[in-house]
Design a protein. Structure first.
Length: 86
């Protein structure tokens, strides 16, 4: 189970970072705690600019709330990132 309360207690996080974190938690698998929405999808669903989503993801990663892994297609092209909820 993901402890969402932890992100609320982090007073250093922006409100956009909290929104993105909760979005990722809602899409994460219960057992794996991973998800892979594209930044465009997050941006569209949360009505945030792409730049705001990138900043929020960096903020969450730097604070240790998420980890990310690049994913690639079979042809070598970049796919969406895989996010791990910490």
């Amino acid at each position: 189970m993901i402890d969402k309360l932890r992100v609320y207690q982090d007073t250093e996080l922006s409100s956009k970072a909290v929104s993105v974190y909760l979005y990722l938690c809602d899409r994460a698998g219960k057992d794996t705690k991973t998800c892979y929405p594209s930044m465009k999808t997050i941006s569209r669903d949360l009505n945030l600019s792409l730049a705001s989503v990138k900043r929020a993801l960096n903020e969450l990663q730097n604070s240790g709330h998420i980890a990310k892994e690049n994913r690639f297609r079979k042809n070598g092209g970049k796919s969406s990132n895989l996010y791990f909820i910490e």
